[in-house]
Design a protein around this ligand. Structure first.
Ligand code: DGL
Length: 270
């Protein structure tokens, strides 16, 4: 199918966490129109079975295709880990499908010849073993230490950031001795950039803390350039949809997107 430059960029996540990726894309590619879908009706994905996440991801891809998106960006590590292949097959040539795991894996595997790399994420992402598997395929000399940090998402969503409670929770997970000697910590969840500074501080700024936002936005830019699909016209108005609505989501969306966001309620699950 012939894709066109003036089609929008489709992005989805389980909720508003993927807005950290949407924000990076908006900053790097301001002329592109974004259509964002946050599946708040099914939030969190981190505790769901991979079958369920695959089903949600395929249906949301259909929605983004109905909206004529030229890309389906899976801005969720949990869905990227368990549903990427299925979405690629489902979407076929109707859009470019991208995930948030592969660009990080490429960057880390190429930047470091060896040593120890930490990965933190939801239970779904960590239990899938996706990061270990993909890093090992590219660089067998890197040792990957992964840990599920399931309290981080509710902690961030409840606004516990830059305070004693969040510092205590971050410390409880990340001072685990398995992480001693790591040179890199991958933030394998699109919520975690919100607490990136706290994590950097915990490691005394001596560990490279890697999150997906800018890396994924740059990968998207290169892909659009290669395919001649960069939009050059005036920036259009972005659209944000969520499948379950409370004014609370609008409030936390501001934290993730770093500006006011008008969320439209659209639940095609019922
Ligand atoms: N933002 C999702 C991710 O990157 C985590 C939130 C959830 O559990 O749904 O994995």
């Amino acid at each position: 199918m012939q894709l066109k430059a003036d089609q929008p960029i489709g992005i989805f996540d389980s909720g508003v966490g993927g807005l950290t990726v949407a924000h990076a894309i908006k900053s790097l590619l301001p002329q592109e129109k974004i259509i964002y879908f946050g599946d708040t009706f099914h939030l969190p994905y981190g505790d769901k079975s991979s079958e369920s996440v695959r089903y949600y991801a395929s249906r949301i891809s259909d929605f983004l295709l109905e909206k004529h998106c030229k890309t389906v960006m899976i801005a969720c590590n949990t869905a990227s880990s368990s549903a990427f292949d299925e979405v690629v097959e489902h979407v076929a040539d109707r859009a470019i499908v991208m995930n948030v795991v592969d660009p990080i894996v490429s960057l880390v595997s190429e930047k470091h010849a060896d040593g120890r790399v930490g990965v933190i994420g939801t239970k779904g992402t960590i239990n899938s073993g996706t990061y270990e598997h993909k890093i090992r395929q590219k660089n067998t000399s890197l040792e990957v230490i992964s840990m599920a940090t399931p309290l981080f998402v509710p902690m961030i969503e409840e606004g516990f950031i830059f305070d004693d409670i969040s510092n205590a929770i971050i410390r409880a997970y990340l001072t685990d001795k398995r992480f001693s000697g790591i040179h890199t910590m991958i933030l394998g969840c699109t919520h975690y950039p919100i607490i990136k500074r706290q994590i950097e501080k915990l490691f005394n700024f001596g560990v490279d803390i890697v999150d997906s936002g800018n890396i994924v936005a740059n990968k998207l830019k290169r892909t659009l350039e290669e395919k001649g699909l960069m939009h050059t016209g005036k920036p259009a108005k972005h659209e944000f949809y969520i499948s379950d609505y409370t004014p609370y989501f609008e409030k936390i969306a501001k934290m993730f997107f770093e500006e006011e966001v008008h969320l439209e309620h659209l639940n095609f699950w019922k």
